[in-house]
Design a protein around this ligand. Structure first.
Ligand SMILES: C[S@@+](CC[C@H](N)C(=O)[O-])C[C@H]1O[C@@H](n2cnc3c(N)ncnc32)[C@H](O)[C@@H]1O
Ligand SMILES: [Zn+2]
Length: 325
């Protein structure tokens, strides 16, 4: 803790932080914000270092931040099932290999995965453009190797090549130009550093999942226009319907070896509490922009940027682990 009871920014993170206006290094102020040698100051809101005024969000970015700011403050708190989701998210990653490294979780939401990575990393930035950072700050409050930053990931206040590890889980597909966002994110990755992405996938051929996805895309045309409290209220009955149509029969089929039922979509929810389906229903129906990918789309991202793909799997979304040579 600093003198005023405000927790200091971890040294490894302060060293890498740069003024978004002039690029100079920064130091902490007495009130817990930061200031650069050119006198540009950036304040603190609770435990959050606030760089959100730097790039005023416009158009769909503003709506995206409003949607996720609402979502993660309404569905806040780290839950037991987050550990179980993490088993899927981090399956390809050598978590012990993160020891001694400095990481960036770009688009951290309420910080459920930041928290798990922070067990292994030396220091970590939990960054999000939306007011989700307030939920993240509350959920990560006990971790003194984490610094919560509110900023657009495309103009994050860090020196180039600052991070040995970057995670961006469920984020880039919500940008207007995901590949451009990916390339910006890569500027923060050190040579030899690893990046872990989760991106929505799209089945390449006609299937139950592709039909369900088309249905959801049609429903989204209406739901992205609803007020967030209204959509939150609707998410419970919609999730209940999905549970009856997909999750419960899928679980039944899997238990009894009935393959056509076991193959139903939404299998990740079969062993998770209903509330996780409600949250993801809201998430899916609220975010104003979403892109979906087949592998050849993403392979191009990695080919064009010279990254080496270490693992890629589609498990109701692409989990891609790659490194910068
Ligand atoms: C689906 S949530 C995922 C949160 C978290 N990674 C998780 O899996 O729980 C996407 C997050 O990305 C953030 N986000 C979207 N666009 C962003 C941008 N341009 N810069 C920073 N954060 C962004 C949103 O505010 C939101 O919290
Ligand atoms: Zn400056």
């Amino acid at each position: 803790m600093g003198d005023g009871g405000v927790r200091s920014v971890p040294r490894q993170i302060l060293e890498r932080m740069r003024c978004p206006q002039c690029g100079n290094a920064v130091v902490e102020t007495e009130s817990g914000g930061v200031v650069c040698s050119g006198g540009h100051t950036f304040g603190r809101r609770g435990a959050v270092l606030d760089f959100s005024k730097e790039a005023e969000p416009s158009g769909s970015t503003e709506r995206t931040f409003a949607s996720f700011g609402y979502e993660w403050n309404a569905f806040d708190g780290i839950r037991d099932e987050d550990e179980r989701f993490a088993e899927i998210y981090f399956r390809d990653l050598d978590l012990d290999g993160l020891n001694g490294k400095v990481g960036l979780d770009a688009g951290c939401g309420k910080g459920r995965f930041t928290r798990i990575l922070a067990r292994y990393l030396d220091a970590e930035v939990a960054l999000d453009g939306s007011s989700a950072v307030d939920a993240a700050a509350a959920g990560l409050d006990d971790l003194d190797n984490v610094c919560v930053v509110q900023s657009d990931l495309r103009s994050a206040p860090f020196a180039p090549e600052s991070f040995d590890f970057i995670s961006s889980l469920g984020v880039l597909h919500h940008l207007d130009d995901p590949f451009e966002g990916f390339k910006r994110l890569l500027t923060y990755l050190a040579p030899g550093g690893q990046i872990l992405l989760y991106l929505y996938s799209r089945p390449p051929t006609l299937s139950v999942r592709s039909v369900a996805q088309s249905g959801a895309t049609a429903v989204r045309k209406v739901t992205v226009r609803l007020s967030h409290p209204t959509l939150k209220a609707l998410s419970t009955p919609i999730a209940a319907a999905l549970g009856v149509v997909f999750v419960a029969p899928g679980r039944w089929g899997a238990d009894r070896g009935v393959s056509w039922l076991a193959d139903l979509p939404m299998d990740t929810y079969r062993d998770k509490p209903f509330r996780s389906l409600v949250l993801d229903t809201f998430d899916r129906l609220s975010a104003p922009v979403e892109y979906r990918y087949v592998w050849s789309d993403l392979q191009q991202w990695f080919d064009e940027t010279g990254l080496v793909v270490d693992a890629a799997r589609d498990e109701t979304g692409w989990f891609v682990l790659a490194h910068r040579p």
